[in-house]
Design a protein around this ligand. Structure first.
Ligand code: C2E
Ligand code: CA
Ligand code: CA
Length: 790
């Protein structure tokens, strides 16, 4: 697409209004042009014909006039030639008489020229001045004598005459009389009156055309003669650059060498007057139409475009989240009306959907309580008012909720959460609300109408009665952390954080309810500082962390040892930090895998070093729950073993019972992989979790470690004795070896040995030892054992 577009320019975006106007005007002009062309063709044909017929009619009229005139002139000339006195005078060459007769006769018939010629064509007498016209006398005379008369036109002294020649007979021809009538302006005017056309008399002389007389002003002569349209079957009148005149040329000369004639001229304009007028009308109508169309187009475009503008503006307001807007557009067009209605319907849809999205964004889908973010917002709204009621922020955590999920399944777990949410909502009011912070944590905000202790206890009481789900009765325990405003702060986020610090404290110290105080914050900060220190010592490996090894001794005569690797942290400022403090911290902060990696490497290095000193003993490493989800852990262990040329039987792993149970399926998978690689596996702290006998059967473990809480006072507590004894029997029935940890005295050791416990671990045998002390202890213990055996 992008490639295809690179060559072409982006399409110009025109407004709808401009498009409509363009279209309307274009259409109108095209229509007007078509009409104009049609009219043009038909009328110009018509005009052309009109010119032709006008000229034709005029021509025949003129020809008629000419022949009439000829006859008339002839008969008046005959009167002269048949006059006896005249004949006699001619015969006697009586010049005076001839002249007087010619003169008188000429006057009578209104002739302009009276001439008597000899039969040889010589001028005998004339009433006019000097006539030496070079006409073809010979032909003239001959045709006169042969035909008994002749008619012709002569240019004499630049005047054009129609001349009649008749022989004077006595009885044979003795002379020729010539009577001439001038074709002058007056005649031209007369003929113009008859034919309706302009009349021009001309004569050629020495290849010049002389205009003798014309009804046209001299300025037009050229137009009427040289540049005129001459009707001719082959040509039509040109439409563009029309000539001014259409002229018809009538040739008059017959015998004369001079070319003489008449031009009949028709003012072309006259023929086209109607046509031009029509053209103008069309033009004006088109112009008027265009103005009207423009107005109509503007109106129409307004009708269409302005609602679209309004719709567009409405759309962008909708995009900004305004809903329920009425579309105030002109709705008199069906499509616009439909569109406007669709806009309104769309808004309803959008409003519903946005409400749903808002709800989803603000609510927890399972319990329908608001979520953390929204809770913080609502709390902030409450705290924003100048005179807000003091309010308690209560963080609630379900203790061991994972176990509920693992034992009864997620459906029951979800049901529990819903019921908790329901109970919490029963106490919410105008300024109080409940929220789910995630997982098994809830939050309540309640006005402090009573002491914060009472409010918190109230919530605890509300939650602690049993939950009935599908025939089950589940009792849950909760940790509650409380902060309050304005006592602990006035920022909503800060209050929630303080409540959760208090909750943390409640959980760690196994308190039901904890109230935030400054001290807690300090502890919290200290823990954060500790974490930061741990992180830096892990990455720098500066010797603060060390591995200690606590022996596990096999019961019976032979002195066989194994060790449990236990980490020690000697902080440069705070000294010894117990693992029970920083291990859970590291687990919470996601740092435990770094610790495990560090421990695994340190332990393997140590085993390799011992191996060089010809000492071998299996060392057990403690794994955390998070380690069980690390797919690459096993690979890195293998890699290290390979690097130090060790086999898998030198390592074992311990995982606490409750940690395996957290994610039983995934945990068991990884343990299976460890087991299949040949590592011994132990369930640590057995008895503190909830594992059932049937679950135990599916665990890919080789060993069970009875938790030290059952062993420490074994010699004194009958209950512990029952538990430990039966656990040993149970483990053995599953083919598991049993380790008792926390053996602190001889009596406990004896009891355990009697019950068949396989391995013993405890301060009575040895405290955890730094690596350098291990070999010494081994030698010492072996010699003591030998002494005892003897
Ligand atoms: P644990 O795995 O149950 O380790 C045994 C704990 O019991 C050790 O405490 C050990 O010193 C203590 N103990 C052994 N015998 C006796 C006895 O006779 N009397 C008494 N009172 N205590 C005895 P320690 O070393 O403080 O470790 C505490 C816990 O820290 C361990 O419990 C283990 O859960 C964790 N931990 C220690 N090192 C590591 C480690 O490298 N990795 C991991 N993930 N956890 C570790
Ligand atoms: Ca352990
Ligand atoms: Ca243990």
């Amino acid at each position: 697409m992008a490639l295809a577009l690179t060559g072409s320019k982006p399409m110009a975006v025109k407004s709808l209004q401009a498009r409509i106007l363009g279209f309307v005007i274009g259409l109108l002009v095209a229509m007007a042009m078509t009409v104009a062309l049609a009219v043009w063709f038909s009328t110009s044909n018509h005009s052309n014909e009109q010119i032709d017929s006008n000229l034709g009619v005029a021509e025949s009229t003129l020809r008629q006039l000419l022949s009439n005139r000829e006859e008339q002139l002839l008969s008046s000339a005959e009167v002269l030639t048949s006059d006896f006195g005249f004949k006699q005078a001619v015969a006697s060459r009586d010049k005076d008489t001839i002249e007087s007769v010619l003169h008188n006769h000429g006057e009578r018939i209104g002739a302009d020229l009276m001439v008597l010629l000899s039969l040889q064509g010589e001028l005998l007498t004339s009433d006019t001045l000097d006539i030496n016209t070079p006409f073809n006398q010979d032909f003239f005379i001959r045709s006169t004598l042969n035909n008994g008369g002749a008619n012709d036109y002569l240019l004499i002294n630049n005047r054009l005459y129609q001349v009649i020649l008749l022989p004077v007979k006595a009885p044979l021809p003795i002379a020729i009389a010539m009577v001439g009538f001038e074709l002058n302006q007056e005649l031209a005017n007369q003929w113009k009156a008859v034919t309706g056309l302009d009349v021009t008399f001309y004569a050629h002389k020495d290849s010049n055309t002389n205009i003798v007389a014309s009804t046209l002003p001299q300025a037009d002569w050229d137009n009427a003669i040289s540049h005129a349209y001459m009707p001719n079957a082959a040509h039509t009148l040109p439409l563009i650059a029309r000539p001014k005149f259409a002229s018809l040329k009538l040739d008059l000369s017959q015998a004369n060498t001079n070319d003489t004639g008449i031009f009949l001229s028709y003012l072309v304009e006259n023929a086209f007057r109607e046509f031009d007028l029509l053209q103008w009308r069309i033009f004006i109508i088109t112009l008027l139409g265009a103005v009207l169309a423009l107005a109509g187009g503007i109106l129409m475009a307004k009708n269409l475009a302005s609602p679209i503008h309004i719709l567009a503006r409405t759309a962008s307001r909708i995009a900004n989240g305004e809903f329920g807007l009425k579309v105030n557009a002109l709705r008199n067009t069906r499509e616009i009306n439909d569109l406007a209605s669709a806009f309104e319907t769309m808004q309803e849809g959008l409003a519903v959907r946005e409400a749903r999205i808002m709800h989803q964004a603000h609510h927890d889908p399972l319990t329908q309580l608001i979520n953390r973010q929204h809770a913080i917002t609502r709390l902030a709204e409450h705290l924003d008012s100048a005179d807000y009621e003091p309010i308690a922020v209560i963080c609630i955590n379900i203790l061991d909720f994972r176990i509920v999920n693992d034992t009864f399944g997620h459906v029951v777990g979800d049901q529990c959460l819903k019921l908790i949410a329901e109970r919490l909502t029963t106490v919410t009011g105008e300024h109080s609300f409940a929220a789910r912070l995630g997982g098994d944590e809830f939050l309540m905000a309640m006005p402090l109408t009573r002491s914060r202790e009472l409010v918190a206890e109230n919530v605890q009481a509300l939650l602690s009665s049993a939950y009935r789900i599908q025939e089950l009765e589940i009792t849950l325990k909760f940790s509650i952390g409380v902060s309050s405003a304005p006592r602990d702060g006035t920022q909503s986020e800060q209050l929630v954080q303080k409540a959760s610090i208090a909750l943390d404290m409640a959980r760690r110290e196994h308190l039901g309810i904890a109230f935030y105080d400054q001290q807690m914050e300090e502890t919290h900060m200290k823990r954060l500082q500790l974490l930061a220190d741990l992180k830096s010592t892990l990455s720098s490996n500066d010797g603060q962390l060390q591995m200690y090894f606590q022996p596990k001794v096999k019961t019976g005569a032979d002195a066989t040892f194994r060790f449990e690797a236990l980490i020690r942290w000697i902080h440069p400022a705070q000294g010894f930090i117990p693992p029970d403090l920083f291990i859970p911290l590291a687990e919470q902060a996601g740092l435990i895998s770094n610790i495990t990696d560090w421990v695994v490497e340190a332990v393997i290095k140590q085993i390799a070093q011992w191996k060089e000193q010809h000492f071998t003993a299996q060392v057990a490493i403690n794994l955390s729950a998070k380690d069980l989800s690390r797919k690459n852990l096993l690979d890195s262990v293998h890699l290290l073993l390979e690097r130090y040329q060790l086999t898998t039987d030198c390592l074992a792993f311990e995982i606490t019972e409750s940690e395996i149970m957290r994610d039983a399926q995934q945990g068991i998978e990884l343990l299976n992989r460890f087991r299949n690689s040949g590592f011994d596996l132990a369930i640590d702290d057995f008895g503190t979790g909830y594992s059932s006998l049937s679950q135990l059967k599916h665990m890919p473990v080789t060993e069970l470690k009875i938790d030290k809480s059952f062993v420490l006072q074994l010699d004194q507590l009958a209950d512990d004795q029952i538990i430990v004894k039966s656990t040993i029997a149970l483990a053995h029935s599953f083919n598991l070896k049993v380790v008792a940890e926390g053996v602190e005295n001889q009596q406990s050791m004896d009891l355990l040995s009697d019950w068949g416990c396989d391995w013993l671990q405890g301060f009575y045998l040895s405290r955890p030892l730094p690596a350098k002390d291990v070999l010494g202890w081994v030698a010492d213990f072996s010699s003591r054992q030998q002494a005892a055996n003897h």
